[in-house]
Design a protein around this ligand. Sequence first.
Ligand SMILES: [Zn+2]
Length: 367
Amino acid sequence: MNRFIVGLFLGLTLACPCRSQNPDAGHSAACRQELLARAKEIHRRILSLDTHTDTPLQFTDTYNIGSRAKTQVCLPKMEEGCLDGQYLACWVRQDVCDSLHTQEAVRRVNRLLAAIHRQVVMNADRCGIARTADDLARLKAEGKKAFFIGIENAYGVGRDLAQVERVQRQGVTYITLCHSSNNDVCDSSSDKAGPRWGGLSPFGKQLVAEMNRLGVLIDVSHASESTFWDVLRCSSQPVVATHSSSKALYRHNRNLSDEQLRALAQQGGVAQACPLGGFLRRDARNATLADFMKHLLHMIEVAGIDHVGIGTDFDGGGGVKGCNGDDELIHITVSLLEAGFSEEEIAKIWGGNFLRVLRQVQENCRF
Ligand SMILES: [Zn+2]
């Protein structure tokens, strides 16, 4: 029998405190409360990390991440949902690839980086910037939340390879190679014009080598399949997909095929399942936590328990009924408990796997 059917069966019959009841009837309110309490207890011991959000787009002069905000990500919501670490991405829209527009994209990333640091300084007693797995553990021990920084779209790094090291000094630990259109680095999975390079461009190959050298994670979410395979061939280090779900369950150009998931795992990398309605099912608006769990469990089944995590894309389109902000992330853990996962497995999914890759890439760099 498929181990996840076994897991589901065990989850309903053994892990569930209301096991004497008919499993088809669902959990009682008391049972749900007990599962929630167990999930929260587990989160006190493990390190949890969401690997992608676009919240910095909301960082206006009056915004404060320390207050309960309309954004799906903020410190009070992280506290409620028991999330320790949150990636904040500096997203830049793809524009024309001439030098004028490219320079503007670089300036935009610099402004977003400054805005992230400003939010953290404003709330220095409650959070800090994290660059490594150890930073996250240290901040948690201090009772603080951790913010990691990524750049979504290498367009914002420009054509000067030295810029990679400059943004790394600002705290950037991953760069997503492209967004929804092709750029100077590679082909995107969703450019209507079709391929420009047939994968990585010659400059893209140099960028991959430089990121390997500096120990900056390469993010292949948004990349076309040809780019994905080029990156796996060119990178000397494992790579990550920070927010993508399963193409076998729903055919969307942003999702990863089983073949891609297996290849990513074989190279030691991770795929971070994404609760964005449009990636999960045709009628995106009706997507729920249960739809997301199907994708997460399928990805674990294909890639293995050591190669899957969670990247929500909150404040960038992510969020489904039952999991629509950092405050509701604990519901994923409740679902994992219901499906029969152990604390050790939950720790891997919630951050352990991604942090292993981050540590490996940072330690192996030749910088
Ligand atoms: Zn994205």
